[in-house]
Design a protein around this ligand. Structure first.
Ligand code: MLC
Length: 359
């Protein structure tokens, strides 16, 4: 006898995610040309042949100073202007350079928009590129599903340019919103991508029309993307009290393997140490099992004391602290040639790196 067929309710429950949609990853990118806000008035009036509009330039300078903006990134730069400029007389305004249709920002003009791993996320996703089922992209002036990636009903439309990312992420109850896609499709990962470029609003200064100048002082180019999915497993700390001892029992084996691979015979007290200070007891156990002298783990203890355990970031702070300590070393003190960088993670994992000091 076969089992009873699944009910419609069971099928729908199986298709849907169990939890609410959440942002699982965030990525941002900007074009490589960065212009300091203090330099912008000179740059703008130079490239637009508007130096004679001294009052307007003074106005832009005042606006820039009060803008709270230190710098902006722009795809449009002087190389692109020079390459696309046609003739000075072809412009709409006498001071406005004219150019043929500039190319859209190429992939290579943006740093890779690799979504950063989120501190929350389903197992196996922390360091892996997500498997995306849906892509929503911002196209002026609306949000639409990208062709072929998210077939089906239209995406929600969010016409106000500055709020599009937020609106596109927040809008609920409409077909094909990221929230709907994520919650109605178990395991779905939705990429919401937004890219803004000032190129289409870049024009020369109009004498007698000071209103327009503000826009030239505010906007910059940037892209952002978020990955939305449902039922991420929130990160919870379950740290066994065996961790310090387990690490203590295994570090020596890891160190031997790391230095054997380098062909280096190391005495532990002859090394410098950058250990992830996961907890004071971990440092105590490692110090004890390796018979390390007092002070060998001082940089790790200092970072733990001053910053706590910042997970993966902590060991970089330790490296920086070692560098700082090297600068203020005592007269005649010999610096170790070789050292160890070591960090721990869930599982339990131990990552070990033997490295030589640069001269
Ligand atoms: C927590 C400690 C500072 C406590 O210091 P001591 O062990 O010297 O003190 P102690 O034995 O008197 O313990 C003090 C109290 O802490 C409690 N305690 C100790 N270890 C615990 C644990 N793992 N979980 C929950 N409670 C714990 C004890 O029961 C005790 O409770 P009571 O007072 O009620 O009796 C230390 O054990 C420590 O540094 N542990 C290592 C923490 C760790 O594993 N970090 C790795 C994080 S993961 C990581 O770093 C990697 C990553 O980010 O991915």
């Amino acid at each position: 006898m076969g089992s009873a067929p699944a009910t419609v309710g069971e099928i729908r429950r199986a298709q849907r995610a169990d939890g609410p949609a959440a942002v699982l990853g965030i990525g941002t990118a900007n074009p490589p040309t960065c212009i300091a806000q203090d330099d912008y008035p000179d740059y703008y009036f130079r490239v637009t042949n508007g130096e004679h509009l001294t009052d307007l330039k003074a106005k832009l300078t005042r606006i820039c100073k009060k803008s709270g903006i230190r710098q902006r990134y722009m795809h449009l730069n002087e190389d692109l202007l020079a390459a696309t400029r046609t003739s000075p007389t072809a412009s709409h305004h006498p001071s406005t350079p004219a150019w043929t249709s500039p190319p859209p920002p190429s992939r290579s003009s943006l740093r890779p928009l690799q979504p950063k791993p989120s501190p929350i996320g389903p197992p196996g996703h922390r360091n892996n590129p997500p498997n995306l089922q849906h892509l929503l992209r911002r196209t002026r002036p609306e949000w639409r599903p990208a062709p072929r990636v998210a077939p089906g009903p239209s995406a929600p439309r969010c016409p106000a340019p500055c709020s599009t990312s937020t609106a596109a992420m927040a809008v609920a109850g409409r077909s094909s919103s990221p929230k709907e896609l994520a919650e109605n499709n178990r395991g779905a990962r939705v990429l919401v991508a937004c890219s803004e470029i000032t190129l289409i609003a870049f024009y020369g200064p109009e004498g007698g029309c000071p209103d327009n100048i503000l826009g030239q002082a505010l906007f910059g180019d940037g892209s952002g993307a978020v990955i939305i999915g449902a039922r991420p497993r929130g990160m919870e700390y379950h740290i066994s009290n065996k961790v310090p001892r387990l690490l203590g029992c295994n570090v020596e084996r890891c160190l031997i393997d790391a230095f054997d691979a380098l062909g280096v015979r190391a005495k532990w007290n002859d090394l410098f140490w950058a250990i992830h200070p996961g907890g004071r007891a971990i440092l105590d156990h490692i110090e004890e099992v390796l018979g390390l002298d007092d002070g060998k783990l001082a940089a790790s203890r200092h970072v733990l004391s001053e910053f706590g355990n910042m997970s993966g970031t902590t060991v970089i702070f330790v490296l920086d602290e070692l560098r700082r300590r090297r600068v203020v070393k005592k007269e005649g003190e010999a610096l170790p040639e070789w050292g160890v960088m070591m960090a721990f993670g869930p599982g339990i994992t131990i990552e070990t790196l033997g490295a030589a000091r640069s001269r």
